[in-house]
Structure formats: C-alpha cells, structure tokens
Design a protein around this ligand. Structure first.
Ligand SMILES: C[S@@+](CC[C@H](N)C(=O)[O-])C[C@H]1O[C@@H](n2cnc3c(N)ncnc32)[C@H](O)[C@@H]1O
Length: 205
C-alpha cells in the first residue's frame, strides 16, 4: 500500500482516538460494537480454530483474539497492525506467550506460515494500487496452511467514501476461484458486509 494511503488510514484512526470517541470499536472504525461482533462471529463459525495458529492482519486492538479464545483454545495468535497505539494497548492487555503483536505494513511484510490467516475490516481501505485486494488475497492464500478468511464492504449497499472502498462480491469470489475451487461466500450476517473463506483442505467448519 502506498505510504500516502497508509498515512491516511493511520490519521483516520488517530483522529478517532483523539476525538472523544474513545471507545474501542469507534477507534477501530466500527460504528457499533455489534458491527465488529457480527463479523467476528461469521469468522469464528467459518473454520475450525481449535488448536490452530492464527495470523490476524490489521488486528487493531486484537479483540479477535478475545473472541476466538472464548470459544476455542488457539495454539498461537499473531496480530499485525500499523497503528502504534492499538498495538501498545493490545500488548498491555493480552501479551502472552500464545498471543503476540507486531508492528508492520500488512501489504509489504512477508507473511509467516500460519494455519489460518484472517483479515477483518482491514482490506476495505482505498488505495491507489488497483490490484491491492487481489495481491493481498494471493499473499494470504500462499502463506496459509489451511484457510484464509476476510471480510469486505458490499458495493451494492455501502456508499463508498474517500477512505473506504466497497467491493462486488461476485467479482471477488471469481478472483478467489482462480486460486482454489474451495471458496465460500458468507453474506447472511450483515446488510453491508460479506465474508469469504478459501480453504486448502476439506477441514471441518
Ligand atoms: C477497521 S480496523 C479493524 C480492526 C480489527 N481487525 C477488528 O476487526 O476489530 C482495520 C485495521 O487495519 C489496520 N490496517 C489497515 N491497513 C493496514 C496496513 N497496510 N498495514 C497494517 N495495518 C493496516 C488499521 O490500522 C486498523 O487497525
């Protein structure tokens, strides 16, 4: 992602942290806590997370770790984000030997091999790189041992802004099918969002 676009993302979250909207979900760009929770729920139900190593790209405050850990025992979780404040808070709150955080640009850092790679809310930012989404999906798929799961805003419903970009779900699914036939679209949990799952094996979930 171009540095100017990343800076725009950084500033957006920083302004939300400093504008009296000092609530976790608001800082991370969610309009309500429920918006975040329904996405986590769709992710959690889409694969078997128990005893898995999970990489969370654009992890924010790492709250997906909390959500998944309440349901399953994760072997290891690594959250990556470019936002300092989020990572500092996340580390302070949940840094353990099984849960780590790393500062990096998810579009450039080399992605370590993990069982499941997730991106919740982090692929919706507008960027001048026209194939940004396809590149991210391909990199995630290469690095994942079992599955990748990501959500996106739905172009048919969501009005795009200067910051956020929405996608046509069928177009994204078609691209994913060039990587594997094992693609699932989940679009029954939110009016404006959908989740896509690519699996490498026929694992449960
Ligand atoms: C909408 S928030 C979602 C946070 C968390 N995944 C959740 O679901 O609550 C998106 C996050 O992606 C991060 N992000 C976006 N683009 C990024 C990039 N290129 N590198 C690292 N982090 C990025 C932002 O800093 C932000 O924390």
């Amino acid at each position: 992602m171009h540095i100017v676009d990343r800076l725009k993302v950084y500033r957006f979250h920083r302004n939300r942290c400093h504008s009296g909207q000092n609530l976790n979900h608001k800082m991370q760009g969610w309009s309500t806590e429920e918006e975040q929770r329904i996405r986590f729920n769709a992710i959690a139900n889409s694969a078997e997370f128990s005893h898995k190593r999970v990489l969370d790209l654009g992890c924010g405050l790492g709250e997906l770790y909390d959500y998944l850990s309440q349901r399953d025992h994760l072997t290891f979780y690594l959250g990556i984000d470019q936002h300092w404040l989020f990572l500092r808070k996340a580390k302070k709150r949940i840094g353990t030997s099984r849960c780590r955080f790393r500062f990096a640009d998810i579009s450039r850092t080399s992605l370590p091999d993990f069982d499941i790679i997730v991106a919740s809310g982090s692929l919706n930012y507008r960027t001048r790189q026209t194939d940004y989404l396809e590149c991210m999906i391909a990199r995630m798929y290469d690095a994942a041992r079992e599955a990748i799961i990501f959500n996106l805003l739905d172009k048919n419903v969501f009005s795009e802004s200067n910051l956020l970009q929405a996608y046509d779900k069928e177009t994204v699914v078609s691209y994913c099918r060039t990587l594997t036939p094992n693609v699932t679209l989940i679009d029954n949990y939110s009016a404006s969002d959908f989740t896509i799952v690519l699996k490498k094996t026929n694992t449960a979930g």
